[in-house]
Design a protein around this ligand. Structure first.
Ligand code: SF4
Length: 362
């Protein structure tokens, strides 16, 4: 379990008597607890800190969510991959300098939803809506899927409700290492344990509190040994002097440990961020160099590397994977049609997940 530094636990009054709330409080014994009517008092407390975003990661709010499943918003003008997100937890105890949640969540504390049983019904309804093809869903959009798992054991809960639902694929995406909760998970055909990877030098400077590259790779290898399917995300790829050699080493280290057949997919995405993040991240991470680069403002308002640079990064990464016969596992995250077109010979179109690049999807 990631060592959680929780200064205080806040309980939403409407879930005070909930069984899962009581279990969480037992696991969090010793921390001060306050019952509140909403997240606002937590935000007010957090705002008093000299680093409100950092402070928000040390307060835990136990509540209920109105609903869990929503389509990944991707980015306007970009080709989506048909992903759906499950917002069981919000915010993350890790502290990456590029994390858009710093800006996006508006000081929402670490948030755990105790009404997760409602997700079963939502999935049933989701299936009844008659979507065709394989659908991917994951909990790693507004949180790290495993960072709070030692506390919530959501991975076991999710495995249980996804097992046997052939057309729905669950992804648990993380920057943690091998966890006690993963040790207990029985593999399922349609569940992918995925790790976000970067060279160790990027992890050291930009991904505070996360597991080392070696720990993540060992965790993935252990998952494969236990019969799980795994995935990897190179997102964001950071461009710096010497990036190519560093990323090539990471790719090589994957295939030293993990057979191609065990890898479900690998995503590539380059550094991008909304304007609001820039001043916030520069203030919070004065030692970070990643914002000292040339960016363009794209049509949807985000800053990105210029398109020729992005295309070159993806081409080089594809070459690294091709050395291991794995280029067919790659897809791009939040990229334009033009960049996709250059990346693939042709865009393979399925009915919904039209950008999803795997033969079994199209
Ligand atoms: S691990 Fe993911 S969710 Fe957590 S701080 Fe880093 S980028 Fe954000």
């Amino acid at each position: 379990m990631v060592e959680l530094r929780i200064k205080k636990v806040w309980v939403d009054r409407k879930v005070e008597a909930d069984d899962f709330t009581r279990q969480l409080l037992d696991r969090l014994a010793g921390r001060p607890v306050e019952v509140v009517d909403s997240a606002e008092p937590v935000r007010e407390t957090v705002r008093l800190s000299s680093d409100p975003v950092g402070e928000s990661k040390q307060h835990l709010f136990i509540t209920a969510q109105p609903s869990f499943i929503r389509p990944c918003p991707c980015t306007p003008g970009c080709l989506g991959c048909g992903y759906w997100t499950i917002d069981l937890d919000l915010n993350c105890p890790f502290d990456c300098s590029y994390c858009i949640l710093q800006d996006y969540l508006g000081l929402q504390p670490l948030t755990v939803a105790v009404n997760r049983e409602q997700l079963r019904g939502e999935l049933e309804e989701f299936i009844r809506q008659g979507r065709s093809g394989l659908i991917r869903l994951g909990t790693g959009e507004l949180a790290d899927s495993l960072a709070l798992d030692g506390l919530t054991q959501n991975s076991a809960f999710l495995m249980d409700i996804f097992r046997g639902r052939e057309k729905l694929w669950l992804e648990l995406k993380s920057k943690s290492g091998w966890t006690q909760s993963l040790r207990l998970l029985a593999p399922a055909e349609n569940v992918v344990l995925a790790w976000s990877l970067n060279p160790q030098v990027v992890i050291d400077y930009e991904e505070k509190g996360t597991a080392s590259l070696e720990e993540r790779l060992q965790a993935a290898a252990e998952a494969v040994r236990q019969g799980h399917r795994v995935g990897f995300h190179f997102d964001p790829i950071i461009h710096y002097q010497g990036w190519r050699e560093d990323y090539a080493q990471v790719v090589e280290s994957i295939f030293r440990r993990i057979p191609l057949e065990a890898i479900a997919w690998v995503s590539l995405g380059s550094l991008r961020f909304p304007p609001g993040l820039l001043s916030l991240a520069r203030r919070r991470f004065p030692e970070s160099q990643i914002y000292e680069h040339e960016f363009i403002r794209s049509a949807e308002g985000k800053y990105r590397y210029p398109r020729p640079l992005r295309q070159w990064l993806y081409k080089e990464m594809a070459g690294m994977f091709a050395e291991f016969g794995a280029e067919g596992r790659l897809y791009l995250c939040m990229e334009s049609v033009e960049v996709w077109q250059e990346f693939l010979d042709k865009i393979k179109r399925g009915r919904r997940n039209f950008a999803f690049p795997f033969p079994w999807q199209c």
